[in-house]
Design a protein around this ligand. Structure first.
Ligand SMILES: Cc1ncc(COP(=O)(O)O)c(C=O)c1O
Length: 387
């Protein structure tokens, strides 16, 4: 038989899947996968149910229903002062993951170079490669996750088509600073490149910090593709409703890719998300505040167990160095160990790097009910006290 596509066939089973299976097998508390265990805001779900009955269920417009595209534009104006033409500059697709794929397939020509920052969300590299681009990887490293400016500048060249930037960044829980973003913007301009900005955690910024879209920097309005996700903004990850904002000339090729990948996204979910994006500022503040409280409790508990806990400025995730616990092995071994022996599952940070990465940090998702987090801490406490 002829082989399947080598890029996708060689990617194997992800560590997320391996750890989730192990968690089920050992009845472990799974803090590996990044989804909240609540059910999302009741009013947004009620709107989805209502629209399922009250509005058409046939193919909606390819770019998304007008209500949601208008809401995305209004949201960009409200939070970032961006003036967006909803008819020509907003597209809806099935989750940020599909938006990312559509952006990459729509923009990349075989042989182009794409600059990516490690640690990376797992869909980036396979799609970049499948679109025919050559990835240029730049490493951010724990514990500080500082942007290595010289490495980044060296990764850009005349061949650079785009940079893929994730801020707030998973799993580093980092918000890129104004200075770092200005540096990136300057490189994008100097090399006549684009920036695909994965901003799915835009509302999950803690301690009074605010997310700054790269699109708001001088010269970036026409070069950035700004991506959001209802999954993260409304803690409804199963809905897979994502949206992208970009200048019309950039949006057109992306819309072509979307047309051939999914074409549309369920219309009732789109309308409910439009309602959600119009919620008052208090909703968006409380979303971050609730998670911030969970982060505080969980970070304190991990430190009491003996982990060296890293700073967490946003997202659903917190990472920690397990070396102070005296474990003799790498991060993959540590994650297996705590799943099978303590009954708590995390993800090795090295999984977010290509090739050998930092091997003594693990990532926990803390977007869980308080009693789940308390239970996980109690299990870790008991296990490491005994060990
Ligand atoms: C950085 C990043 N981008 C994109 C996504 C996917 O978003 P969606 O569920 O809207 O496809 C995730 C989900 O975990 C993520 O962490």
């Amino acid at each position: 038989m002829k082989p399947a596509n080598s890029i996708l066939a060689s990617s194997g089973t992800s560590v997320f899947e391996v750890m989730s299976r192990l968690a089920i097998e050992h009845r472990s508390i799974n803090l590996g996968q990044g989804f909240p265990d609540g059910n999302g805001p009741e009013d947004v779900r009620a709107k989805a149910a209502h629209f399922l009955e009250d509005k058409p269920n046939q193919y909606p417009p390819m770019l998304g229903v007008p209500e949601l595209r208008q809401a995305v534009a209004a949201h960009a104006k409200r939070f970032y002062g961006l003036e967006i033409d909803w008819e020509r500059e907003v597209m809806v697709a099935s989750g940020a993951t599909e938006v990312l794929a559509s952006c990459l397939f729509g923009l990349i020509e075989p042989g182009d170079e794409v600059v990516l920052l490690e640690p990376l969300y797992d869909s980036y590299l396979p799609i970049v490669r499948r679109a025919g681009a050559v990835p240029r990887l730049v490493r951010l490293a724990p514990p500080g996750w500082e942007l290595p400016r010289d490495d980044l500048a060296a990764a850009f060249s005349a061949k650079t088509k785009l940079i893929l930037l994730n801020s707030p960044m998973n799993p580093a829980a980092k918000l890129f600073t104004r200075e770092e973003l200005a540096f990136i913007a300057e490189l994008v301009l100097r090399h006549d490149a684009y920036a695909v900005c994965d901003e799915v955690y835009e509302h999950l910024a803690f301690d009074g910090r605010t997310h700054i879209p790269l699109m708001t920097f001088p010269g970036m309005r026409r070069r950035c593709l700004k991506i959001g996700s209802a999954g993260k903004t409304f803690a409804l990850t199963g809905w897979k409703v994502g949206y992208v904002t970009a200048a019309p000339e950039l949006l057109q090729p992306i819309a072509k890719a979307h047309q051939f990948i999914t074409f549309t996204t369920p219309p009732n979910l789109q309308r409910a998300v439009a309602y959600g994006l119009g919620k008052d500022d208090a909703y968006f503040r409380s979303l971050a505040r609730e998670l911030e409280t969970k982060r505080d409790v969980f970070a304190k508990g991990l430190a009491e167990v003996g982990f060296d806990v890293l700073a967490c400025h946003g997202t659903y995730f917190i990472s920690a160095d397990f070396r102070p616990l005296g474990f003799n092995g790498d991060d993959v071994e540590f994650c297996r160990h705590i799943t099978t022996e303590a009954g708590v599952t995390a993800i090795p940070v090295s999984a977010f790097y290509e090739g050998a990465g930092p091997d003594h940090f693990v990532r926990f998702a803390f977007c869980k009910e308080d009693e789940v987090l308390r239970g996980a801490l109690e299990r870790l406490r008991r296990h490491f006290r005994r060990g």
